[in-house]
Design a protein. Structure first.
Length: 277
């Protein structure tokens, strides 16, 4: 992938999730590709898509839209492969903790089916090397630049199958568990459709660490976690923590985002991996 910059590569790490729910409504969410059970010696892994439970809960039908590739494994941005599911919710393996809003779906079956049809798919999987270690977290500052990739309000480049990139900063220190949970807060605009978006510390071409050391010509990508909720205040002034919704649905009161988002820490992905052993 030498012809793609780091940020360009990351645009191929997400997938648009379209759902039809059992109450007759529709919605969109964000998933991202990940590698579970990596065996570097044999170059094998289990490919999955990760998103929030609340994106797929109650989904009777679902669809993933993936970019096709040519014979040289280069992306054909304007050609897309759509995978449609009935009983969509049943395909997802959910984190066993009811308070952890994460789930994953194995995707090898439909990748193999696409190959049988002579179709090649292009996507770039994230892996455990991007999950920060305790040492990396301790080396971060309270204020770091972040990148969130997804489909806010369902907005996307449907011609080129590209997500929307949103920038922001950490609102709480990544090395601390916000309010005692394996979460952090980010300062970024979080809208319906952003549920499941991967959130990175992202510095392309250079960065400075908390001790003031400068690293020029080096990009830094750290997977902080997945967006799932955010504080909103009502028109009456009450502040509530609510899941970032998947679609625009009728509600009784007006909720106004605070431009803050709650992110499930990436270390929780390791717990999700246990469901695939």
């Amino acid at each position: 992938m030498n012809n793609l910059s780091t940020s360009e590569q990351l645009t191929y790490s997400t997938v648009r999730i379209e759902c039809e729910y059992n109450d007759g409504t529709t919605g969109t969410g964000t998933g991202f590709f990940f590698q579970f059970l990596q065996d570097t010696a044999n170059d094998t892994y289990v490919p999955v898509v990760i998103t929030n439970k609340h994106v797929v809960n109650g989904a009777t039908k679902g669809k993933l839209i993936i970019t096709k590739a040519n014979a040289n494994n280069e992306p054909l941005d304007t050609q897309h492969f759509q995978v449609a599911f009935d009983n969509f919710e049943s395909f997802w393996r959910k984190h066993p903790d009811s308070e952890v809003d994460l789930c994953a779906m194995p995707i090898a079956p439909f990748i193999n089916e696409a190959n049988k049809r002579g179709e090649r798919l292009f996507y770039i999987s994230l892996d455990k090397s991007l999950i920060p270690t305790n040492e990396q977290l301790a080396d971060l500052s309270a204020l770091e630049e972040i990148l969130m990739i997804g489909y806010p309000n369902g907005i996307w480049d449907h011609v080129n199958n590209k997500p929307i990139l949103r920038k922001g900063v950490t609102a709480t220190h990544p090395n601390f568990d916000y309010c005692g949970k394996k979460e952090i807060m980010i300062d970024a605009a979080c809208f319906p459709g952003s549920s499941g978006s991967p959130v990175f510390i992202f510095n392309e071409g250079g960065y400075r660490d908390k001790r003031g050391n400068t690293y020029m010509g080096t990009s830094r990508v750290i997977l902080l976690g997945a967006l799932y909720a955010g504080p909103q205040h009502t028109a009456q002034g009450d502040i509530q923590i609510v899941n970032v919704p998947t679609g625009q649905r009728p509600i009784a009161i007006s909720r106004i985002p605070n431009n803050l988002g709650l992110v499930i820490k990436a270390e929780r992905i390791n717990e999700l991996e246990q469901l695939f052993k």
